[in-house]
Design a protein around this ligand. Sequence first.
Ligand code: BEZ
Length: 256
Amino acid sequence: MIILSVKTCSGLDDLNLLSSVCCYWSARVFIATMPGLLLGDVFPNFEAETTNGKIKFHDFLGDSWGILFSHPRDYTPVCTTELGRAAKPSDEFSRRNVKMIALSIDSLEDHHGWTKDILAYNNEESGCAFPFPIIADNQRELAVALGMLDPDEKDKDGMPLTARCVFVIGQDKKLKLSLLYPATTGRNFDEILRVVDSLQLTAKNRVATPADWQPGERVMVPPNIPEEEAAVMFPAGVYTKELPSGRKYLRYTPQP
Ligand code: BEZ
């Protein structure tokens, strides 16, 4: 059983939700009454069993950023490549002060067996520790509560699988980014590192990152900063591209 403690965006109410949803139809009803997490929402402080023991999510995060990403099942090919890929740059995530945690609809016993396969897929020595915990969600309670189910992908019993979600949570425990991929499309972990770099940069500086931005490249001055203020705010200079409209909204500055 998963216990969710949800704080509303306004911060006015604490709502304790006790989810005992364990069949498809009750899951659908629950989803219908809970629209899912929105950017800026405080991420639920759920309790769960993981491969590293029982956790309470906010305590697990501490002062770090967090990434929670979900998987349809253990011992499946795409998930194995994804977790292998996520385990490889996990020091890249810790360097950015980001704690990783995965979720898959299977038992702890399955997770422990599967991580050995994943390490072997990565050509790691057997006996190596898997670098981050995996939540056991064999009753799908957390997947349902967080709106992670993919109704189009069913398991052999006709139950919906978990989609491939990525939630990035900031140090204030609020949702900063969510990605939702179907079970049949594996994620790109270089892109996840790239968005973390953008999220962390834009959390500290009043800038925005353009399409396909990579760390170190120039960034954009947001439209709500007046020209005179921008000149003071960005002493390295602001370059404004001339456009047919004559509007001066395409403004670049070196990455702060
Ligand atoms: C996979 O991880 O390979 C997978 C899982 C569910 C549906 C399709 C692919």
